[in-house]
Design a protein. Sequence first.
Lengths: 565, 314, 304
Amino acid sequence: MSSTTNHIPSLEAARIPVLEVGNLCVSYKGHGGIQKVVHNIAFDVHPGEVVAIVGESGSGKTTTAQAVIGLLAENGSVDSGFVKLNGTDISGWSQRQLDTIRGGKISLIPQDPVSSLNPVKTIGDQVGEILRIHRWGNQREIDARVLELLARVGLSQPELRAKQYPHELSGGMRQRVLIAIAVALQPALIIADEPTSALDVTVQKRILDLIDELRRENGTAVLLVTHDLGVAADRANRLIVMKDGRVQEQGPTEEILASPKSEYTRQLLADAPSLRGAQRLSRGGGVRHEEQGDAIVVENLIQDFSVRGGTQETFRAVDGVSFKVRRGSTHAIVGESGSGKTTTARSVVGFQKPTSGRIVVEGVDVTTLRGDALRQFRQTIQLVYQNPFGSLDPLQTVFQIIEEPLLNFERIPREERAQKVRRILERVGLPEAVLERKPRALSGGQRQRVAIARALILNPKVIILDEAVSALDVTVQAQILRLLDELQQALDLTYLFISHDLAVVRQIADTVSVLHNGRQVDVGTVEEVFRRPKSDYTRELIKAIPGQRGSAGSDISLSLLGASS
Amino acid sequence: MSKYMIGRIGQAAVVLWAAFTVSFVLLQALPGDAILIKFLNPELGLGPEQIADIRASYAADSPILTQYLHAVANFLSGNFGYSVQAGVPVSDVLIANLPPTVWLATLGFLLAVIVAVTLSVVSVLGPFSWLRSAMRSVPSLFVSTPVFWLGILLIQIFSFQLKLIPVINPGPWQALVLPVLTLAIPISAPLAQILMRNIDDVLTEPFIAVARAKGASRSWVLWKHVAKNAVLPTLTIAGILFGELLAGAVVTEAVFGLNGIGGVTQRAVGNQDIAVLQALVVFSAAAFVVINLVVDLLYPVFDPRLRHKGGALA
Amino acid sequence: MTGLNSTVRTEGPALQDLSSTLRRSDHALLHSALLRWRALRRVSAGLVLSWLVIATVILWAIFPAWFTSYSGTVGVARQQLRAPSAEHWLGTDALGRDLLARLIYGAGNSLSGALVAVAVGLVVGTALGLVAGSARGKVDSVIMRGVDVLLSIPQLLLSLSIVILLGFGTVNAAIAVGITSIASFARLARSEVVRVRASDYVEAAFGSGGTFSRVLLRHVLPNSLTSVVGLAALQFGAAILAISTLGFLGYGAPPPTPEWGLLIAEGRNYIARAWWLTTAPGVVLILVVLAANRISLSFGKIRL
């Protein structure tokens, strides 16, 4: 181990940053030439501090983190600048040298707990590995330490867990294991790369709390890489806002939140749903829809699935969900993974027959439809998918994609069709130039606009949005949400908005159902549910929304609703 | 025994039965009594009793369905019929020729594994990037090389140019060197391709980055994390490899003029020795089915994810 | 053989419908798109060379007389077993026939044989795979069990059995080789259909009122066929090899037809005296097969 990093007097340690990055430039070598992705980044992290790098996709935040720990992809290289760990420049170190500090001095909490553990090795083996690599004690000591670590990160029955394989643990439990690995040798710096982005919001809160706790206990500094401004605002002492490989702004969290200096940060703050407070997009509650009648009525919906492999065994994905959606309003279905929200949506569209219950959409009982009647019903209701990369046929042009629904029903002349496509394209805010392009040539936001255009072309009355903005960056998400709102007002559409993100729901929905393990635990107007949640689960969900540290009020639900109510 | 295992074994049995039926339809049923006429050829030296015996064993005078059932029953009881060309039971022909081929195939397979693993490891851990990329392109060259031509080339180089291995009366080991090499090289190609691809796939898994972040070196990662994950899926081509090994042995034996199953196959095709060919087809199908069955049943032993839910394998 | 493989793989990403999992896959997709774009941009030298090799051989097959003034079947007196020279670039064989001419005239046999083989495998195999993948259920399992049977018999034995049935000869050998490739085409086509059918865009097509046959034609077929075409190119190389193997063993084209495998078999008797007789046809074979394989790669990742 490097002796220089070991013997720094404790007094001095407070002044020497754990991590100091200066003038860092990183580029990737591709077949198309060299592409610079990080330009002249400089920042530092002091002992015990949490510094968050915030940015959207392509901002270079993950590359920066990888450069710090020396794990850039094979075609990546640090062109200039330095990375000082406790005062020692490690940017020119060989992999062999870096191996001595990785795990010991710097460690990593990765993004996706599900694929970040070796599936064919036991948990105990993988936690013990970091100790073995750094020759920490003998096998018995290692075994004991592993159990201690597993218990410390809050896993029950550590002896059992140590013998289990990753697939036997939930996502949250796996992330705890990865945290145990990261803190095993009490490093000076932990790099947490989107540590909770793959987790449900309630689990996210618990994991972030755990990281906080361990950080305080060991005096470890944390470099938190995240796309979620809310998470960063809650957890970090200082923020570094990145865009296109450059630092836009950095400083203490409170200062940046209160008075952002750069244009981009202001945009980001305005668009982040969790920091917007309760600002409902454009118009107020669903008052004007009162007399319009219901577009969707769902009564006591139950959906069972047969368990694969098993014979008669079934799994109840949705258990007695009921709600009504007024014409022209937005109803949100909120829940974490496995809550049954997507299943509910698919039943409403008619993609699957419910086990029991009634679904009426615009006066048509969906559950009885089959064959051509079901096909005709598609003109009434359309679905926009979560992932705009998977929902567009990669071989079709944008024109073909948007035009296709028209070909499925009564034929209209080619000219008229082309006109309709152009009109709808303009509606969703895309230039005509994209018509001849393939989806591959479009950005995520543009693709989602194409998907929305395809959904709109049949003039449906109801649109189901299944996590339709979840895969998008914050600023793009905000644009799409605004577009959806405009379209709703102009075309008098009814939305069923499926989401895991309460902050977004608060912003776009009039009424909301909260689902938990297939059951509807809360239903009502957004205001009612957020103000006076009936179930503990909803309360927990609301409490777990990131970005609340700034809003100092003790009554969380109140502050969430903001002054408007 | 779990329900899954019973199902899987049943499935294997069905495939085997179907393979038998296909080969019966392809080979036995069509020429009809023509085969039997060959047995009457006096050169074979079969007595009238033997011929009557053969006729009975084929149920030659009965309708096709009865013949088929007879054939099934005969096969199940270990009676595979008579070789037209050798005039002895097929089982005798196979048993006499099996040992040299098994030797050749085993050695060839072992060498192929060694070559494939070496290529794959060097392609990941090799010290220079030119060496790594050179290793990567070797399998595609090997896979494009005709086995028979490779054998001839090796004879040309080692026997005629370098005169390392005598053409006439080589020692028992010397005689095996070139055939084993000839067989191993084309077999190593798909093996190496699959290994390299699996290694590449595993290397992009996030758990590799986590292992590197623990401070593990490249070779630690390769041996402790990549190896098992990359080798496991390779097992699934074991059955196909067996087929290639057999085909390779047939051609290799033809090139080097060796005795063995390859020679038997070639003579059987040349002389339309249907019974021999059918026995070969059914046996190799059986071997294929058994190999795949064993791999499938063993898989959960190596992969913990499949242990508690056998159904996932189907 | 991908069956196991895929079950193992699908264990990976759990059922999280959360943004970051998606963002990750977005990255992956973006990455692969980027790679493809770059691949297109640089159109590697290897690929250009491969197309050149294939184009040359195709021209040999169609217009052999453009490339040589010698006959492919009739020898020249007193020119036996000449080593390569300015007059005979690749030398001559025991009957005084120019080897290059025989290679050039043999291209027609080898290529048309491979073409027939691929056509048989492609048409029958893909059709079976498409039916199995779109019908699912009982039809699917019956077809795929049949494919398992085809797979269970080693390719060489299967093609030999078929050759016995059909008789020796170029076309019959080609058909036999084609039948052995039905299984891989069927498996790939089926898995592609299943993959495409599970995609969001196919569901979206049904969701916008598409009928089964329209969606099949408009989305499932075009998207499934890309990798099938790639496999066809790969099988083209494999078929050339397999046909030449049958030719070498003496079950393909009868002499004096200048078939490549047969050329090597004939040259074998003169290894000690005329190395070129076996070496040159082998090199041509390898080049053509390598080129076909390289081209198949450009159709995207094929996983067998």
